[in-house]
Design a protein around this ligand. Structure first.
Ligand SMILES: [Zn+2]
Ligand SMILES: [Zn+2]
Length: 327
């Protein structure tokens, strides 16, 4: 990440761009040390810190305090250029920044990873992970860099074999364990009686009680309907299911998700902010694309090794959307 700092105490101005297209592209970060998250400060103070902070990923963004990754308010190229100049970045320097981001940027590059591009730099991946084969890297350096995150998923390989019966392969993010687990969720036949005029449809619903507890009201999000926008680069929809009451029922912060985000953000406070959104156990399932609306029960299919990183991507995109809507 090329990053340039214009010093000035206690306000630090930094700008630059992310080379990882999964992150925002050009950024301007106005980092006021006095606005910084501080574990010794009161909840009220840190709530304000949150509100002036994380926003959406995407193209250009402004950011007030969130540090290294700084997902702030997303703005267009022109607005970004104005602020860059206003904060003392020279005209020539602004010209040299990759402000013109081709629109399907994130989508296409993450699709490239699926097709074998290096997940760290998007160069052609020449060497696959020797253990799981699900990621290809351009070099040992990139492979080492991604290992912090990849190791949690790599260790899932090979998946345990599926017992007989109507079951789908899914991933459990346990509440109290640090590592994800592959599970085989039983599918139960139901008649979908939502339809009018006596037209019923047979649906197969995942029986999640063994993983989430006996709570009937399992909530869920789906990558195809996240904030009205699908995460297009995921090959097929990923669903996250959880106990609806997880914020109220005394569930602990999800240890597995905390570890994954800790690795993704290398101890940055943004990782902790993501992790704080999730309590209790979660189950990630994959389905066929959903033709019409979210209420339609999808056809669940087996999760494969190639999909496991998508689960973290969904958690990340959802967290960013949540944090930006709070600001
Ligand atoms: Zn690479
Ligand atoms: Zn691997």
């Amino acid at each position: 990440m090329p990053r340039f700092v214009i010093p000035g105490n206690p306000i630090e101005v930094a700008y630059g761009y992310e080379e990882d297209p999964g992150l925002a592209n050009v950024f301007l970060s106005v980092y006021d040390q006095r606005l910084r998250y501080d574990s010794s400060a009161s909840k009220e103070v840190n709530d304000v810190t949150h509100q002036v902070g994380p926003g959406d990923g995407g193209g250009c963004y402004l950011d007030l305090h969130t540090g290294r990754f700084g997902f702030g308010t997303q703005v267009d190229d022109q607005t970004m250029a104005v602020y860059l100049k206003r904060f003392g970045v020279t005209e020539e320097e602004v010209e040299s920044l990759p402000l013109r981001v081709p629109k399907p940027h994130v989508t296409s590059s993450l699709a490239q990873v699926r097709q074998g591009a290096c997940p760290m730099c998007r160069k052609p991946g020449t060497k696959r992970c020797g253990k799981c084969g699900s990621r290809a890297y351009c070099s040992d350096t990139c492979q080492r860099k991604e290992w912090r995150v990849h190791k949690a998923f790599c260790s899932l390989h090979p998946f345990p074999s599926k017992p007989a019966g109507m079951r789908v392969t899914a991933m459990l993010l346990p509440e109290k364990e640090k590592h994800p687990r592959i599970i085989h969720v039983e599918l139960q036949k139901h008649l979908d009686d939502d339809m009018d005029e006596g037209v019923y449809r047979v649906v197969h619903l995942p029986f999640l009680n063994p993983y989430l507890g006996d709570d009937e009201s399992a909530g869920g999000i789906c990558s195809q309907f996240l904030k009205g926008q699908p995460i297009a680069h995921l090959a097929q929809p990923i669903h996250l299911r959880y106990r609806d009451s997880f914020m109220l029922d005394g569930s602990a912060e999800n240890a597995c998700i905390a570890k994954l985000f800790g690795a993704l953000y290398e101890g940055d406070t943004l990782g902790a902010a993501h992790a704080a959104l999730w309590r209790g156990p979660l189950v990630a399932l994959k389905s066929q694309p959903i033709p019409t609306s979210e209420s339609m029960d999808p056809d669940y299919v087996d999760l494969h090794m190639a999909d496991v990183h998508d689960v973290l991507e969904l958690l990340k995109q959802y967290g960013l959307a949540r944090m930006s809507s709070k600001a």
